[in-house]
Design a binder for this molecule. Structure first.
Ligand SMILES: [Zn+2]
Length: 251
């Protein structure tokens, strides 16, 4: 079984990861159009000073494809989706000097290097160096810790069971549940493109962006395969130097 599992990571299945369409690996043009409306720029809700780029909303086909890539151990699929993201960033004129990723500790003895695989595709498409800048954050898994702490606050009556609204919900849900990652090197300026597979609240990306800036990065932008609606902040108001066409956030 172990050999079969290992082989399945190397042998490319010919089908769309999301819908199973034959001969459409990693994603057919219905599930993931070759030219989505645009990868951004948006702002990260958890830190509006950070620009967020993404293939699209994390749901439906995109979610199915990312999960299939992660759960079936398809490193090549995640890298291919990363190349697609990188190609869109190239077309959008994104500017960066290097690419890094949100590192995660192994869980139950299995590596969790999905973000590195996505980042390798992004870096290849942009022809940028891929640098192992971030050491995995210590502490509990962010998602579980956050849901526990939030449910505990709801039980205490400290947090509303029904979020008041977009901003209030984001403010509550982006309370850091663990320390930000440690940056391995001092940075002498430079523009960092920070990659993760998915942004749920964006809290992890915001914490890492802060750590990178404190380590000396001049600019940090974030790129993910898919982002949940709560990760998107207000629309970018002005066309920045990195964006040719500003777009509003997704509906
Ligand atoms: Zn499909």
């Amino acid at each position: 079984m172990a050999i079969l599992a290992a082989l399945s990571g190397f042998l490319r299945p010919p089908d769309c990861l999301a819908c199973g369409a034959v001969g459409a690996w990693p994603c057919c043009s219905v599930c993931l159009p070759p030219e989505p409306a645009g990868p951004g720029p948006w702002r990260l809700a958890a830190d509006p000073s950070v620009t967020l780029w993404t293939l699209g909303l994390y749901g439906d086909a995109l979610r199915a494809a990312v999960l299939a890539g992660k759960l079936r151990g398809q490193a090549a699929a995640l890298a291919a989706l990363g190349r697609r993201l990188g190609a869109l960033l190239l077309a959008a004129g994104v500017g960066a000097d290097l690419v890094t990723w949100i590192a995660a500790r192994p869980a139950r003895g299995l590596p969790r290097d999905h973000a590195r695989q996505v980042a390798s595709g992004v870096a290849a498409a942009l022809d940028l160096p891929l640098v192992d800048l971030l050491a995995p954050a210590s502490g509990r898994d962010l998602g579980r810790a956050r849901s526990r702490s939030r449910s505990a606050r709801v039980a205490d009556g400290a947090a509303p069971a029904d979020p008041i609204g977009f901003r209030e919900r984001n403010r509550i849900d982006t309370v850091p549940a663990r320390p930000p990652p440690r940056v391995r090197y001092r940075l002498n300026g430079g523009r960092v493109l920070l990659v993760d597979d998915v942004a749920t609240t964006g809290g992890t990306l915001a914490g890492a962006a802060t750590a990178l800036r404190r380590a000396g990065a001049r600019q940090v932008e974030a790129a993910v395969l898919g982002a949940s609606s709560g990760a998107f902040g207000p629309p970018v108001p002005e066309p920045g130097p990195l964006a040719r066409s500003p777009r509003r956030g997704p509906p």
